[in-house]
Design a protein around this ligand. Structure first.
Ligand code: CTP
Ligand code: MG
Length: 225
């Protein structure tokens, strides 16, 4: 089955608080989007990876993705819209879609392969890790309301991997019903799809805050000095 990779990279990185979109921030001299593409390069040798960029930054993304088998597609205000825009550019013969956030540069090819296998068997998969902290539900007044059983709680990661037709039809429904989701596995599940959880690694964390960025720079320096 032919696989096509989609990388949502159209967010502005407000929590990171830099003067440019998060995917263009440099870590040890290389942009975040390029680090993430390098980690996934074995999955877009056949069909191009679709990188979703913030509309006014075409030139910068074009430079960051130079010499790579990449198609640039303009994103939207929300992640879901960015993904939807990419779906309209998928190749006709793609059968499986790998969705991976630009903000996770430490993705390991082995876990992507495990995700693809789970997708082949179940139609949809997401990487996730069991949470180690106890999670508290808190109300608007700042009081504890509930403590969900930690054994059932997993933190969502990407890649999330789907049969193309399943993903397309769920996005069409979400658009027509005006429903918003922050990840595609939750969207698929909402419309009745089965999503297999593939255990990932804490290493594959999402760069969200300045602390995450510092840690990523330290880790890359240590791994490839
Ligand atoms: N993303 C996107 N389009 C959007 C919003 C987010 O393609 N409109 C992408 C981001 O570029 C990122 C991934 O979705 O690779 C996960 O989003 P997040 O980590 O929240 O990134 P940002 O939205 O950029 O960060 P923030 O929420 O702090 O602004
Ligand atoms: Mg965001």
């Amino acid at each position: 089955m032919k696989v096509q990779t989609v990388i949502p990279a159209a967010g502005m990185g407000e929590r990171l608080g830099m003067s440019r979109p998060k995917a263009l921030v440099e870590i040890n001299g290389t942009t975040l989007i390029r680090h993430t593409l390098q980690g996934l390069s074995s999955f877009f040798t056949e069909l191009p990876a679709i990188v979703v960029f913030p509309e006014t930054f075409y030139e910068e993304f074009n430079r960051a993705c130079r010499d790579m088998n990449v198609l640039l597609v303009a994103g939207g205000a929300e992640r879901q819209e960015s993904v939807r825009n990419a779906l309209t550019s998928l190749e006709a013969d793609a059968e499986i879609v790998i969705l991976h956030d630009a903000a996770r540069p430490f993705v390991s090819p082995d876990t992507v392969r495990a995700g693809i296998e789970a997708c082949r068997e179940w139609g949809a998969s997401t990487l996730a890790v069991p949470v180690s902290d106890t999670i508290l539900m808190v109300n608007e007044d700042g009081f504890l309301t509930d403590t969900p059983d930690r054994r059932q709680l997993w933190a969502c990661q990407t890649p999330q991997i789907f049969l193309k037709e399943l993903l397309l039809s769920a996005h069409v429904r979400a658009l027509s019903e005006g429903k918003q989701f922050t990840d595609d596995a939750s969207l698929i599940r909402y419309y009745g799809g089965k999503v297999k959880i593939v255990p990932g690694h804490g290493d594959n964390f999402k760069i969200t805050t300045p602390e995450d960025l510092n840690y990523a720079a330290y880790k890359m320096q240590k791994e490839c000095p």
